[in-house]
Write a protein that binds this ligand. Structure first.
Ligand code: PLP
Length: 419
């Protein structure tokens, strides 16, 4: 095994290159791919070097089943310190009574929320998958659709908006044990108070799956579900800009059930390096810089929606309140899946998504990553121009990639340190 100077950082890329050039090559190429292209996937972001340092730290080696002060392994004093810091910071950032920072992912958080509140066979009301519900909101291919009786609500075919009267009518008719609000593609703020009122009337739990907007919530750039939902499920790697992972927020009365639902019911060893990195991200999220960032994410998404509409794309709901927007590229003569492929070849990376009207697919775009890079409204206009030129066939992939590279070179995700 190669030796390493004592002061060298643990995550040492030069050492990896010497030991395993094949994998180092893949990782370096992925870094270059991310920096060279426009990363418009609404669920992605660039974490800070400090978050990456925590991910590559000694806690990657530590087993720590259980919770601080009650572990199933020895040597957990510092793992406990890391988890306590993460919890305290999250409680402060989100104003929640209790936070569990152990879920390995957003899906694990949702699984644990269901485990805490539901029994197999219970009826659950959630946004239907064709309208933007997540896999964990009742997909037949997912545990949720197999183990629970999901009823889907939709969005208006023309408006693209949640029809709260439809949700209320379904809740009255089906008497669900839980109602889930949250989506992978809803561009507008969710009316959590309306969902709370519907859940109370139906005697149902309210579960907010805030995987997408939770970073905006941290910065006050989107309304918080915390005062309304019994349990909030979230990811830490989207707008929040932390490591890949999940978390759960709830009031003190559900704290013990939520904790037991995570460990030992659905997970065992917590990923302590990720928990340390979550703590770093929570501290970042509490800064004025992050507040400014999150508000700029929304301003950029609005600017991008406006510029794409000016290029002829149809923007669902006519705009956005958040970091994401969905658009139908049909007026430019191309369907969503084909558009995604064509744009990918041009290094404009985004997702296709369902649209509220009809079967054709659209495009989902998010501004979290490009905003981290420092791009603002003028760059959003340029992105829309490039995107539309590629879709119209006015700009071939190699030329488009050159244009994109010109833009991204001015906004590196990880600028070299000055001096
Ligand atoms: C609404 C919603 N719930 C859950 C998840 C699952 O998160 P993960 O991919 O971390 O399991 C996502 C991911 O995009 C999501 O958008």
């Amino acid at each position: 095994m190669p030796t390493r100077p004592a002061e060298a950082p643990l995550a040492d890329f030069a050492l990896l290159r010497g030991q395993d050039p094949e994998m180092a090559e893949v990782l370096a190429a992925e870094g270059e791919r991310q920096a060279a292209g426009l990363q418009l996937i609404a669920a992605e972001n660039f974490t800070s070097p400090a978050v990456l340092a925590a991910l590559g730290s000694s806690l990657a080696n530590k087993y720590a089943e259980g919770y601080p002060g009650a572990r199933h392994h020895g040597g957990c004093e510092l793992a406990d310190a890391a988890e306590r810091i993460a919890i305290e910071r999250a409680v402060r950032v989100f104003g929640a009574g209790h936070v569990n920072v152990q879920p390995h992912s957003g899906s694990s958080a949702v699984l644990a929320a269901y485990a805490a509140l539901l029994r197999p066979g219970d009826t659950v009301l959630a946004m239907g998958l064709p309208f933007g519900g997540h896999l964990t909101h009742g997909s037949p291919a997912n545990f949720s659709g197999r183990w629970f009786d999901f009823v889907g609500y939709g969005v208006g075919a023309e408006s693209g908006l949640i029809d709260y009267e439809q949700v209320r009518a379904l809740a009255r008719a089906r008497r669900p044990r839980a109602i889930v609000c949250g989506s992978i593609a809803y561009p507008r703020h969710i009316d959590y108070a309306a969902f709370r009122a519907i859940a109370d009337e139906a005697g149902a739990y309210l579960i907010a799956d805030a995987a997408h907007p939770i970073g905006l919530v941290a910065a006050g750039a989107a309304p918080s579900p915390v005062p309304y939902a019994d349990v909030v499920c979230a990811t830490t790697h989207k707008v929040l800009r932390g490591p890949r992972g999940g978390m759960l927020l709830c009031g003190p009365e559900l704290a013990e059930r939520i904790d037991r639902a995570v460990f030992p019911f659905t997970q065992s060893g917590a990923q302590m390096h990720t928990i340390a990195a979550k703590a770093v991200a929570f501290a970042e999220a509490a800064t004025p810089d992050f507040r400014g960032y999150a508000h700029q994410v929304v301003a950029n998404a609005r600017a991008l929606a406006k510029a794409l509409a000016a290029e002829g794309l149809l923007i669902t709901t006519g705009g956005t309140d958040t970091h994401l927007l969905t658009a139908d590229p049909a007026p430019l003569g191309v369907e969503g899946r084909t558009a995604r492929g064509r744009l990918g070849a041009a290094a404009i990376v985004l997702d296709s998504c369902a649209l509220p009207h009809g079967d054709a697919r659209g495009l989902r775009l998010g501004t979290a990553a490009v905003t981290t890079q420092g791009m603002r409204e003028p760059e959003m206009t340029r992105i829309a121009e490039l995107l539309a030129a590629v879709l119209r066939g006015d700009l071939a992939a190699p030329a488009a990639r050159r244009e994109v590279r010109g833009l991204t070179r001015a906004f590196p995700p990880y600028p070299a340190p000055q001096g």
